[in-house]
Design a protein around this ligand. Structure first.
Ligand SMILES: [Zn+2]
Length: 115
């Protein structure tokens, strides 16, 4: 199982991109090095999705957009019962859903200091 999710760091100007682009949005360069998305960030906004496809095990998903301390913004599943905008969260990588019996791994955010 893949246990890290990577952003792309521009080899030329150092700008981080996630999701990754073919061209650096900062300088147009096309060479990048992978940088794992990890550590902590701030919850910018979140939403609950109730109309899930049938192959989801859970009734709803809470999805959040987090501004990581590295500056990138990443979307992931929130593992927090009562999220509050502006709260500190930390990123983990884990199973976010199952498709035809196979785990799908993605970014998840938990409350800082727990889970
Ligand atoms: Zn660049």
């Amino acid at each position: 199982m893949k246990d890290k999710i990577f952003a792309a760091k521009c080899s030329s100007c150092g700008k981080l991109s996630y999701p990754t682009h073919y061209y650096c949005p900062g300088c147009g360069e096309t060479k990048f090095e992978p940088v794992p998305i990890e550590g902590e960030g701030k919850l910018l906004t979140f939403t609950r999705a109730y109309a899930l496809p049938l192959d989801y095990a859970q009734r709803y998903l809470t999805l959040g957009i987090v501004e990581m301390d590295s500056g990138i913004r990443a979307t992931g599943q929130l593992l927090i019962d009562e999220p509050k905008i502006g709260m500190r969260v930390h990123a983990t990588v884990g199973k976010v859903r199952e498709i035809s019996g196979e785990d799908v791994v993605g970014l998840r955010f938990g409350a800082k200091g727990r889970g």
